[in-house]
Design a binder for this molecule. Structure first.
Ligand code: RBF
Length: 158
């Protein structure tokens, strides 16, 4: 399989973020990884014109709580899109499967319920190295990609 850095994108194809309010919900589990994802997403939003005051960051304990966090910010009606960032690393038990399934289904439901884009920025990796490779390593930073996706979806929803 050819492995590429998917975070290389054409900035001219990203909508200007000047009009948008974006919330970022970030999980505290695997904080080394999720803080790097957060930095990537935050910097990318700023680069594309989102005002600092229009970026709202909330922390939740683990990835499982991303769904509740996204629902909370959308219920408060404060934003045009929510970026959810977390990292689940495969362990010896089945928690990985339960968490990944719950988050992917949960975020889809929240997005449809509120009719707003909810971006799935959850790393689901076999080990720590794969996670490091995707939060600013050889496979880019999935936080950057999540921010680009949020801006594209905001423009689509206008
Ligand atoms: N949360 C994560 O964000 N990433 C993980 O890799 C992760 N692994 C977990 C493994 C176990 C055995 C348990 C019990 C929880 C784990 N969590 C993880 C926390 C989970 O997302 C959630 O915060 C807690 O289950 C409380 O609802």
């Amino acid at each position: 399989m050819k492995k590429t850095n998917l975070s290389d994108y054409d900035p001219s194809r990203v909508p200007d973020g000047g009009r948008y309010k974006i919330s970022i919900v970030v999980a505290e589990w695997n904080a080394e990884i999720t803080n790097a994802l957060l930095q990537g997403a935050y910097d990318t939003l700023l680069q594309h014109g989102v005002a600092e005051d229009n970026i709202n960051i909330i922390h939740v304990p683990g990835s499982y709580e991303l769904t509740t966090g996204a629902d909370l910010v959308l219920r408060r009606g404060q934003c045009d899109a929510v970026i959810c960032l977390g990292c689940v690393i495969q362990g010896d038990t089945r928690h990985f499967d339960f968490i990944c399934e719950a988050v992917s289904q949960g975020l889809t439901n929240v997005s449809l319920k509120h009719e707003k884009p909810v971006i799935f920025g959850l790393l689901t990796t076999n080990n720590m190295q794969q996670a490091l490779d995707r939060c600013g390593g050889k496979h880019g930073n999935k936080g950057v990609e999540a921010a680009v996706t949020a801006l594209k979806m905001c423009a689509l929803c206008e």
